[in-house]
Each structure stands twice: as structure tokens, then as C-alpha cells.
Design a protein. Structure first.
Length: 280
């Protein structure tokens, strides 16, 4: 599908230079972590403003701007889902899913279906933060070499709630020069997992709420040649699919854990991760 979107003339050799960690990685990660902390502080007011209290269980709301010109948000999604598992188990499963979105791509490899080569550059992790950078090379892309990607995932644990902020910053590069095509793409997930009291106080349950935005910023006019209506529509379709599947992926991990199997949920998120980056 990526070939149809971008057009193919011949396969290009991937430059070894893209495996080198960008010089500004530390600076970019620090900025993204600061932004995550600000997003965390504003989660409650944002969720109130967006009307999560009026969303069904389970429920989903999507706003799409297919006529985006220049800077702005082209996709916004809200998802609310009840997980039949306790809050502590649920927040751990969400952390696994969000961490896998970045770390699963850091094992150098190829998504043969979409002709995307994931080239690891850097990763670091702690108890509440995962930061990684990689180059998603597209050797068959006309005029471009791929997307330089940075991701930061942060976790904030409260008494009866966990808040997750996941940011993915992508910058497509020109073929040959490794210079920017003139576009930056920022995807932000704000996710909460909260304890839900049951009437009989026996059955554990948690509420998962997800708010997602995908935005682009045109830095100069050449970006319009790469951010076409076709690529925008395909990116929207993939993000809709990936986000809609996230609650099921979390629940799969929880079910697998309850029966002693830990493989299914992880493989689902690896597939989602490959889809997510191949559309950029």
C-alpha cells in the first residue's frame, strides 16, 4: 500500500548514516519530556473540555480534517473503554503496550509488507520514562529516504489512577542529502486508566480513556510535495485502526497474563507499531 501511495521506480540503497544518533537527540528528548509533564498537568481540564463524561462505555469519537493546509491537527480521537481487570494490572498492561510502540522497532528489521526498514539509533528507559530514536527508511519512496523519529513515553501514577503521555515526533528526510522535506509530524496520546468501583466490591474493573491528536507543521513550501491528500488519507486510516485496537491489545495482555501466556498482546502491539510508522 505504501508503494501505491508514494510510487516506485527502483529500490535505493539505505545509507549507513541514518543509523547514527542525531546530534540534537538529548535536547529534543528533554523538550519532549517537559512537554509531557505539561500535558499531564492539563489532562483533567482537556478531558472535561472534550466531553468524556458524555461518551458511552465503550465509546469512540473521531474528528477528521482532510482539507488541512499548513499547520494544524488533522485527526483527533477519543476512546472510552471498561476493562474487566483491576487498576494495577491494567496500568501495567498499558505501559507494556505504549513502551512496545517504540521499543519493538528498535530491533533492526524490515516490515516487508510496507517496505519500511527500522534502523535503531538510541534508546533509554527508566521506571516511568522510555525515550527512543530510530530511522524508518523507505527505500522505494520517490524523492525521500524515510522518517527520522523520536518517541517519548511517560507514566504518572496516582492513588487510583495512572496517566500516560506518549509523543511521537517524525521528520521526513530528502533522498541523498538527509535534509528535511519541510514537514514535522507530532502524534500525542493522552491515556488514563482509573479504578472503577463495583457495587458488590468484588469484581475489579478499570476505565481506560484515550485522547489522540495527529498534527503536522509545514516548515517551508517543499513539504506540500510530500504531504499529499493520498498520504494524509492513508495516515488517517491507519491511526484510526491502531487507536481503535489499543483497548483490545491491552485486554489481550491482561487475559494472557491471567492464563499464563505473555505473547499475544506484545505481538499485536508490534504489528500496530509497524503500521504506525510506515504511514509517516
Amino acid at each position: 500500500m505504501l508503494e501505491n501511495m508514494l510510487g516506485i521506480k527502483r529500490s535505493k540503497k539505505i545509507s549507513s548514516a541514518v543509523t547514527t544518533e542525531p546530534n540534537d537527540n538529548a535536547k529534543v528528548f528533554q523538550r519532549m519530556i517537559r512537554d509531557s509533564d505539561e500535558f499531564y498537568v492539563g489532562v483533567d481540564s482537556l478531558f472535561t473540555e472534550k466531553g468524556f463524561s458524555e461518551l458511552r462505555y465503550p465509546g469512540q469519537k473521531t474528528n477528521i480534517n482532510r482539507k488541512l493546509v499548513g499547520d494544524g491537527i488533522y485527526l483527533e480521537m477519543m476512546i472510552q473503554h471498561v476493562l474487566p481487570f483491576g487498576f494495577r494490572d491494567a496500568e501495567k498492561a498499558v505501559w507494556v503496550c505504549l513502551s512496545d510502540m517504540g521499543l519493538s522497532t528498535l530491533v533492526d528489521g524490515t516490515d516487508t509488507r510496507n517496505r519500511v526498514h527500522f534502523l535503531a539509533q538510541h534508546t533509554e528507559s527508566s521506571r516511568n520514562t522510555v525515550a527512543c530514536s530510530f530511522f524508518a527508511a523507505t527505500p522505494d519512496q520517490k524523492g525521500g529516504s524515510g522518517v527520522q523519529t523520536r518517541q517519548v513515553v511517560r507514566k504518572y501514577i496516582e492513588e487510583n489512577r495512572a496517566v500516560f503521555i506518549h509523543q511521537s515526533l517524525g521528520e521526513p528526510k530528502l533522498e541523498g542529502s538527509n535534509s528535511s522535506v519541510g514537514i514535522q509530524m507530532l502524534n500525542v496520546w493522552r491515556i488514563t486508566v482509573e479504578h472503577q468501583a463495583k457495587q458488590n466490591n468484588r469484581d475489579a474493573a478499570s476505565v481506560l480513556r484515550l485522547h489522540f491528536t495527529a498534527s503536522s507543521r509545514d516548515m517551508w513550501s517543499t513539504g506540500a510535495n510530500f504531504w499529499t491528500p493520498a498520504s494524509l488519507n492513508m495516515t488517517i486510516a491507519y491511526f484510526e485502526s491502531t487507536n481503535s485496537r489499543l483497548p483490545d491489545a491491552v485486554e489481550d495482555i491482561l487475559v494472557d497474563k491471567s492464563v499464563g501466556n505473555t505473547s499475544t498482546g506484545s505481538s499485536l502491539m508490534i504489528e500496530c507499531s509497524a503500521i504506525l510508522h510506515s504511514t509517516q
